[in-house]
Ligand binder design. Structure first.
Ligand SMILES: [Zn+2]
Length: 248
């Protein structure tokens, strides 16, 4: 694990230090098991969080990175609660994309109700395109890249997934990575203020959602993604003869 500019196959870009774990940890673990190099870029240190401190959250993020077996984890130190699509945020994201040259980026969906999450999606989409233009941020001294594909992690019933990743073998490790952010979630002995995600029912809900999306493809657990662009399928028979659920 490093924050040096090593090449990655997949980079997950999310707003707060526990967002990648909550959203796509199963997929990151599966991709790692398949031999891909994986990384996470957090846009903020989570300093607006009701519970924990930035220092504690940075340590928790490193612990979680170890559980996820990430090759790299970086933080862009944008202002938590004030993540905006600005020239500075776009340039920071372009630099991270050019440093790690991911083939695929996983990020939030633009319709996320948390403004930081929605802004992260917009920053990522614009930065992925700008990173291909050699004269954008030429002063950064990094070569342009081929545009990475972008898959948006989903939660809303209003968005139909483009695909669902079977993460059945990775649920336990995903939940362990989430619980590494222990300042944020339910602990009986904690005296910190209660938040939506520190409620006792929040982590079981995350597992329930994985079971629900898994049920749509006939497996124990799944993580859903939306891709805005048309998917280029080489062999539709191989794709469509995989197990599916006709009641999905
Ligand atoms: Zn978040």
């Amino acid at each position: 694990m490093t924050d040096l500019p090593i090449e990655l196959d997949v980079l997950a870009v999310f707003a707060h230090p526990d967002d990648a774990e909550l959203s796509v940890a199963g997929t990151l673990l599966k991709l790692k098991a398949l031999g891909y190099r994986t990384g996470v870029c957090d846009l903020t240190l989570g300093e607006m969080g009701t519970r924990g401190t930035p220092e504690l959250r940075a340590k928790e993020a490193l612990d979680a990175a170890g559980i996820l077996k990430l090759d790299a984890r970086v933080n862009l130190e944008q202002p938590d609660g004030h993540v905006w699509l600005t020239e500075a945020s776009r340039t920071a994201a372009v630099r991270v994309i050019r440093a790690h040259r991911p083939r695929v980026i996983l990020t939030t969906h633009w319709d996320d109700p948390h403004p930081d999450h929605a802004a992260t999606c917009r920053i990522v989409r614009e930065a992925a395109r700008l990173a291909t233009m050699a004269r954008y941020d030429a002063e950064g001294g990094q070569p342009a890249v081929k545009m990475p594909a972008i898959a948006h992690s989903l939660f809303s019933r209003l968005v139909v997934p483009s695909f669902i990743v079977d993460v059945s073998d990775f649920v336990a490790d995903k939940m362990q990575a989430i619980r590494a952010h222990e300042s944020q979630f339910y602990r009986e002995e904690s005296h910190e203020p209660t938040t939506r995600i520190s409620d006792k029912g929040f982590l079981p809900e995350i597992e329930d959602r994985m079971r629900y999306y898994g049920s749509l493809i006939g497996v124990a657990a799944g993580e859903p993604f939306y891709v805005r662009e048309a998917l280029n399928v080489d062999d539709p028979v191989a794709l469509l003869s995989r197990p599916m659920n006709i009641y999905s």
